[in-house]
Design a protein around this ligand. Sequence first.
Ligand code: NZQ
Ligand code: ZN
Length: 385
Amino acid sequence: MNNFDFHNPTHILFGKGRISDLNDQIPADAKVLILYGGGSAERTGVLGQVRKALGDRMVVEFGGIEPNPRFATAMKAVQVIADEGATFLLAVGGGSVIDATKFIAAASRFKGDPWEILTSRGAVVKEAMPFGTVLTLPATGSEMNSGAVITNAEKGAKLPFLSAHCYPVFSILDPELTYTLPPRQIANGVADAFVHIIEQYLTYPVAARVQDGFAETLLRTLIELGPKALDAPKDYDVRANLMWTATLALNGLIGAGVPQDWASHMIGHEITAFNDTDHARTLAVVLPALLNDQRGPKREKLLQYAANVWNIREGEDDARIDAAIEATRDFFHRMGIQTRLGDYGVAASDIETIVSALTEHGMTQLGEQGAITPEDARRILETAQ
Ligand code: NZQ
Ligand code: ZN
């Protein structure tokens, strides 16, 4: 096992009705800026519950944060904070609202050009405003990690950043808030969490028994319960297990002490930057093609994945690897997610744009060995057509 530091300060409040605990989590004298997305939080009544729980505190609201949140929108919120003197941020929504809030929290305390927060991948962030979250879409793990991804439409860039200053102070995870999700978002959440686990598990072995076993359990849980959530959207236990799985998939625990890949994510981000395809769907396109392409370096873990996640134990090594990749693709299809570039309007002639963007954004040494170059990404994308 590799050396690691693990520190995750986010307080999780999990279960039914937990929004009522907001009052105890935010300082009584705070001026709260509530941040939300395109209107689902208002429609579903979550915002109403939040306003009620905040009691007599001074509250300001900022709505309209887009899926794949935009830099320009986040900067408007930074201005609102300055104008209103807000002291605490509360994100109500999915990964996009939470990611935007992290960026806003950092940008509102940053003296230089805020775009540098992204180009430096967060290295320039020395402080951030405190913020909490009320999660409405289990998927990204953003509710319990320090990362965020922001899109700059003018620059055609979707870039991630990480900062130890950007963990939520607390996150409220009420599975009942996910009942209103449309099937497309249920599926996206399951697929995104699945690929987060794979990016930290399916690399090369370092004798990390606990991390591997934990990752395999999380993967099997998604495979079993993902389709059930589509069939029975109001099954509390299904929703509760999916919600907690998505959080554990990317809160640092399974990634501690093991090599990590993230190539599918970085290539996927360029597809979203290109034509706004849902994040999870870009992953469902890239991952199977990448696993097939990288079957040499990932051989041992692919065989372990085949056996422990899919119970594929018979036949030659390559046949078992083929079957595991096919099972992965089938799982995405069962969730209603297509796995080819053409399904999302990306033509063969567009691959060049996506590959050039990887180079432009410095994504030239991807994967657990830093060995996946833009030329490798081109080959992977060509087989994903
Ligand atoms: O905008 P509103 O109206 O709120 O609607 C949202 C949005 O349209 C809707 N929604 C959310 N909760 C709902 C709901 N609709 C009905 N009922 C509810 N309870 O769902 C739509 C998608 O929301 P979004 O927040 O965009 O989805 P998700 O949570 O999948 O977040 C995706 C973003 O997170 C980034 C992605 O790149 C993408 O920008 N990621 C963040 C990560 C992180 N911080 O660690 C890691 C991930 O790999 C990912 O890159
Ligand atoms: Zn993701």
